[in-house]
Design a protein around this ligand. Structure first.
Ligand code: ADP
Ligand code: MG
Length: 668
């Protein structure tokens, strides 16, 4: 029995999902897999694990597992459920990539979807669990999709072995046909239980015109107007970043809080607390607040209608962040946030005609990004023919072929045979078996290119350096963003000072002599080493232009990678040295070879010959897959050196095509 406080009990009774407890639990008993659809805020995430717990699903020594696509949600939901159930966090726990509080007493475990995928690699039958809940399935995150595919096989296997496991897929939208009507996934379609939303009406106000450029300015004005004219209540702006003056028009002050995933957790937690007395709360959020987190008491939503997404070019792999229109489904989710506790209003900063042109739903992520990491993970699970995998939405054959090719070139998969008929050869290309190196690579929780570097790191005692560089490349964005516009002269001069300081630090970390050629990777190595030496304090990061949250993640990832490397090759006995000395000249040479082995397909050469006639090729580089010039960023360690050959971590398209993470390669 669960001993809940009277307040919690009362709050629970207001949640629509509670009315469906019987129906849900009966469906769980009678079916191996079920789907639950219910609007955001209806109580799925916090209550369904409790239903399972109370029905005894955690009593036979097995756990109830819940996956979330976002770390924020896994952490905050585990705390919330522990609190509601009056149980310690040793029992209702979480595990995310870098940390967790799971114990041998854990009964309910919230985790990111990536964590569960790793667990399947260790134990395909997931014997620790009696039930798995896949939450936020509508988001169609890559790992969620893969997990559903895998679980559609694991659940029947568990049944066959006489230790049944239940699968619950939860979605905030009714669009679940990709799961239910996919014969390859579930031969018998799982029942769909709809939870009626106890949603208050939300009045939608469309703009007459649609600002194309300055939509953040428009959102700011709209917010001020609401604040002036409408009775106090919490306000939410989705999803954009704004700077809102603390006090608008002499009325009560606005208490403005940001909410986005890169934000430090203590800052994130603030949105759940009541604002200071006499203020009105205004939250400026990205799509984190669209479905994963429900903030209590929001009455007004200002929706810019945009979403910032990372796009990949299928052929060149170039990535860019683009702000595009969102989908109708997302816009409706956003509006819904205004009607949780009383009737609300949603101000759409676009016309109804523009809304009509939005796509109905957002695309599944798996169709929009490279899949080499997934293919390697799946091969490691002995799924040789990845094309035949029951994906809810399959990635393109093009993407699968590219992934297998890259993995073959990294030595993670066996070369396909070059003989036989063309058709057989093509088929072989899509079913290359994994090599022992590939297995080792799959055990490192990083992208295959970086995993290859780790696998080679043994030479010349380079491993600690490779681990540090790989951790920094994986965490990304280790430097503070100082390119943001300043809001005042004072801020502008402070920003300039900080930029100058960061430039100075970069120069210091880039080292001298031979290390210079390791370029940006040397800067990363220097930054990680210096930060660790200083004890990884917020102060050090602040003073050196490093992002504290990123540095903490790097620290954790270094620990994790060190353990993973030791597990694969115990004889090397690496450890995380807080006083890592800079690499010797010899080691730098070796590091550059290792980097080349991992990033070999990301090679670029200085433009030469006839290209130079055209001014657009000045200081530019040429890559095999692109006709356009790519460049070394002014912030790069190699901006002035311009070596003939370089390898890069990735190409980002901003004002130009810029290579990031550049390091020089010796011409043969
Ligand atoms: P769903 O998963 O269907 O979107 P949730 O279970 O996340 O719904 O939320 C149910 C209710 O619990 C919401 O009204 C939300 O405001 C409340 N809630 C969730 N987390 C917290 C928290 N940390 N503090 C206070 N209330 C919370
Ligand atoms: Mg939820």
């Amino acid at each position: 029995p669960v001993d809940r406080s009277p307040e919690v009990q009362e709050a629970r009774l207001k949640l629509p999902v509670l009315a469906e407890e019987q129906v849900i639990m009966e469906a769980v008993r009678e079916n191996p897999s079920i789907v639950i659809c219910g609007e955001t805020g209806s109580g799925k995430t916090t209550q369904v694990p409790q239903f399972l717990y109370e029905a005894g699903y955690a009593s036979d020594g097995r756990m109830i597992g819940i996956t979330e696509p976002r770390r924020v949600a896994a952490v905050s939901m585990s705390h919330r459920v522990a609190k509601e159930m009056n149980l310690p966090t040793q029992v209702v726990s979480y595990q995310i990539r870098y940390e967790g509080n799971v114990t041998s007493d854990t009964k309910i475990k919230f985790m990111t979807d990536g964590v569960l995928l790793k667990e399947i690699q260790k134990d395909f039958l997931l014997q620790k669990y009696s039930a798995i809940i896949i939450d936020e399935a509508h988001e169609r995150s890559v790992y969620t999709d893969i997990l559903i595919g895998l679980l559609s096989r694991i659940v029947p296997l568990r049944n066959k072995k006489g230790m049944p496991m239940k699968l619950l897929i939860m979605s905030a939208t009714l669009r679940v046909e990709d799961f239910t009507e996919n014969q390859r996934l579930f031969r018998t379609p799982p029942p769909v239980i709809k939870v009626d939303a106890r949603q208050f009406p939300v009045t939608i106000h469309f703009n007459k015109r649609t600002p194309l450029e300055d939509y953040t300015g428009e959102a700011f004005h709209k917010t001020c107007k609401i604040h002036r004219m409408l009775p106090p209540a919490t306000l939410q702006i989705l999803p954009c970043f704004l700077s809102v003056e603390e006090k608008a028009d002499g009325s009560i002050p606005l208490y403005v809080l940001p909410l986005y995933s890169l934000l430090a957790p203590e800052q994130q937690a603030k949105v759940f607390r009541p604002p200071p007395p006499g203020t009105r709360l205004c939250i400026i959020a990205t799509n984190v607040a669209e479905t994963s987190l429900t903030i209590p008491g929001i009455k007004y939503v200002v929706d810019c209608g945009r979403v910032k997404k990372r796009f990949y070019d299928k052929v060149t792999g170039v990535s860019s962040f683009k702000v595009t229109w969102t989908s109708q489904a997302s816009a409706n989710q956003r509006a819904g946030r205004a009607g949780r506790t009383e009737p609300g209003h949603c101000y759409r900063l676009y016309s109804s005609a523009v809304f009509g042109d939005f796509t109905l739903f957002s695309e599944a992520e798996i169709t929009r990004r490279p899949v080499e990491d997934l293919v390697l993970q799946m091969k490691d699970l002995n799924i040789e023919k990845v094309v035949n995998f029951p994906f809810p939405t399959p990635p393109s054959t093009e993407a699968l072929v590219a992934a297998e090719q890259l993995l073959v070139s990294l030595g993670a998969l066996e070369e396909p045979p070059c003989t036989g008929r063309l058709k057989d050869m093509q088929r072989a290309k899509l079913s290359c078996p994994i090599t022992p190196l590939g297995r080792a690579m799959a055990s490192f929780p990083v992208a295959p290119r970086y995993a290859k570097m780790l696998a080679l790191g043994k030479q010349q005692d380079c491993l600690p350096y490779v681990i540090a560089v790989v951790a920094a490349m994986t965490v990304r964005e280790i430097f503070e963003d100082l390119d943001r516009p300043a809001r005042s002269e004072d801020e502008s001069s402070k920003l300039n000072q900080r930029r100058a300081r960061l430039t100075q630090m970069r120069r210091l970390w880039a080292g001298q002599g031979a290390s210079l050629l390791l370029g940006d990777l040397m800067i990363m190595l220097g930054a990680v080493g210096a930060c660790e030496f200083a004890g990884c304090t917020p102060r050090f990061c602040e003073n050196s232009g490093l992002r504290y949250k990123a540095m903490v993640e790097i620290r954790k990832l270094r620990g994790q990678l060190t353990n993973a490397v030791n597990a694969v090759c115990p004889e090397v006995g690496v450890f995380v040295d807080p006083k890592m000395t800079p690499p010797t000249e010899h080691q730098v040479v070796c590091l550059r070879q290792i980097v080349l082995a991992g990033l070999g397909d990301h090679l670029a050469r200085r433009a030469q010959g006839e290209d130079l006639v055209d001014p657009k090729w000045k200081n530019a580089y040429k890559t095999p897959l692109m006709d356009e010039p790519v460049f070394i960023h002014p912030n790069s360690a190699l901006f002035k050196t311009l070596p003939e050959f370089v390898v890069y971590q990735e190409i980002m398209e901003t004002s130009k095509m810029y290579m990031r993470g550049v390091s020089a390669v010796e011409a043969e």
